[in-house]
Design a protein around this ligand. Structure first.
Ligand code: AMP
Ligand code: MG
Length: 490
């Protein structure tokens, strides 16, 4: 039996300027270390066959499956605010698209599968550590209910990649509803190619926003739709303490999925200024900056779409500004609604926003763990709040706030058990804590031991459930376990 991929490719039918046709470069000795079996099934693939040596060869880019049309996509991007007119898939190759069981078109992309015409000075490869990090964190985001690219498989290549040292090479199979980025539009805008922008916009509307095909001004509506999805996405990130780390426009997806898990991290103690990425020296992509940066990226997208808006530049700009102006309210609405759910409020009243902000301020001042404070606050809906108090350096800071919170929730009819259940459904107990991710990577890279990786992935698949046998995974790092910096590892 051979592995059958039911490809139905659409991106590779776009004009030649959109991509470069290039096959993956075969690797020495592919070995499958992880297959996401439920995701394989969802994609209409046979997980048993993918686990055979032939399947591993495909997932490592050693064999190209029938029906694939391998391409590297062209894109540009602002990196840390500086425009680079040509980036593109330098180490990723899109094998093709399949329609999944829910009828959604999904890209199947190999990341780390060898050089492409966009590789510049890079080797086109990925090291095992970053591949495992992306697998863990993207699947954790999915389990948290946050729009994201997914991870179908990780293979080691049997070859080394040279970074600061020689590291085991690996390939990640990434699944996305598309890999079209703000930077994809920028690639054509930088070349003054309005026809390509129109073709790309039409492709995006058909693929991600089909309801817009019939509206009066589809390109305006497209911008508005992307603004709305990005506003929701960034609110989701903030509500779980996620820091993307490298929100360049080439890492900003048009579909509104989280994409590109490089130096990303979840914070432990709540700190709005938190930065983990070693290359983010100015804190451009700090936790609390993320909404601002998302809007900045969307503004770059709007600039690309101006030629489709109106012939008159001034009119087009005014229309774009009008649409971008919705971001702030949309983000705030999603964020505040999420915060209300996190503190167990079923209704909205004057003063709620200030009450919640006071909690966040106290958390920041007291280095309270972001995840555990909210999780234990859910328990406090039904008990005396001992566990949540313990998250605060000065527990009295919590007591003062808790009095006001208890008075506020007493105005609602829900029982303690109902409130606790509702809070536990939105406040995860398990997140991919940096020190855990680091430990898993060390075991795999240094000892070829994947048992810790398997266990972490398993725990993170059920982030909202108490899993008493894995309770330690909920713990913040001890002082000597703290990870202060994360790296792209490219
Ligand atoms: P990233 O930091 O992963 O968003 O990548 C930014 C750009 O650098 C993209 O164009 C990547 O394709 C390219 N790139 C990153 N790592 C490599 C590599 N090892 N070889 C070739 N290109 C790379
Ligand atoms: Mg990228």
């Amino acid at each position: 039996m051979t592995v059958h991929f039911p490809f139905q490719n659409s991106y590779s039918a776009l004009p030649d300027s959109f991509f470069a046709r290039v096959a993956p470069t075969p690797v020495a000795a592919p070995r499958l270390i992880k297959l996401n079996r439920p995701l394989a099934v969802q994609l209409g693939l046979d997980p048993d066959l993918l686990e055979t040596p032939e399947g591993a060869a495909i997932l490592a880019g050693k064999t190209v499956p029938e029906g694939a049309d391998p391409i590297a996509m062209a894109y540009a991007g602002h990196q840390f605010g500086h425009f680079v007119p040509q980036l593109g898939d330098g180490r990723a190759i899109l094998l093709g698209e399949v329609i999944d069981r829910e009828g959604v078109r999904r890209d199947i992309q190999l990341k780390g599968s060898g050089p492409t015409p966009f590789s510049r000075r890079g080797d086109g490869r990925a090291a095992l550590g970053p591949v495992l990090r992306e697998y863990i964190v993207s699947e954790a985001m999915f389990a948290l209910g946050i729009p994201t690219t997914r991870s179908l498989a990780a293979v080691v290549t049997g070859e080394h990649v040279i970074r600061e040292t020689a590291l085991p090479g690996a390939v990640l199979t990434r699944i996305a509803s598309s890999h079209i980025r703000v930077g994809t539009f920028q690639f054509f805008a930088a070349r003054g190619n309005t026809e390509a922008i129109r073709a790309l916009a039409d492709h995006v509307i058909a693929r991600h926003y089909p309801e817009l095909r019939e509206v009066e001004r589809p390109y305006h509506a497209l911008l508005a739709a992307v603004v709305a999805r990005q506003a929701d996405l960034v609110a989701c990130w903030l509500l779980v303490g996620f820091i993307h780390g490298v929100m360049n426009t080439d890492n900003s997806s048009i579909s509104g999925e989280t994409i590109d898990y490089g130096p990303c991290a979840f914070m432990d103690a709540y700190n709005p200024a938190q930065v983990f990425s070693s290359i983010d020296e100015m804190g451009r992509y700090a936790y609390a900056n993320q909404p601002r940066i998302a809007l900045w990226n969307l503004t770059r997208l709007a600039e690309c779409l101006l030629p489709l808006f109106a012939d008159e530049q001034e009119k087009a700009v005014a229309e774009a500004q009008d649409i971008l102006g919705a971001f702030s309210d949309q983000f705030s609405a999603a964020y505040q609604a999420g915060l209300r759910r996190k503190v167990g409020l079923f209704t909205e009243r004057d003063g709620d926003e200030a009450l919640i902000q006071d909690l966040l301020d106290a958390m920041a001042k007291n280095q309270a763990d972001f995840t555990l404070t909210f999780r234990k606050l859910g328990d406090a809906a039904a008990d005396d709040g001992t566990d949540v108090r313990a998250q605060f350096m000065e527990p009295a800071a919590f007591d003062e706030w808790a009095g006001r919170w208890r008075a506020r929730i007493a105005l609602e009819p829900q029982s303690a058990a109902e409130r606790q259940a509702a809070m536990h459904a939105v406040n995860p107990l398990f997140i991919p804590r940096n020190h855990r991710v680091e430990a898993v990577i060390q075991a795999a890279v240094n000892d070829d031991d994947y048992a810790p990786f398997e266990e972490l992935v398993k725990v993170l698949a059920r982030p909202f459930e108490n899993q008493p046998e894995y309770a330690a995974y909920a713990d913040p790092p001890l002082p000597d376990q703290r990870v202060l910096q994360t790296f792209c590892g490219t």
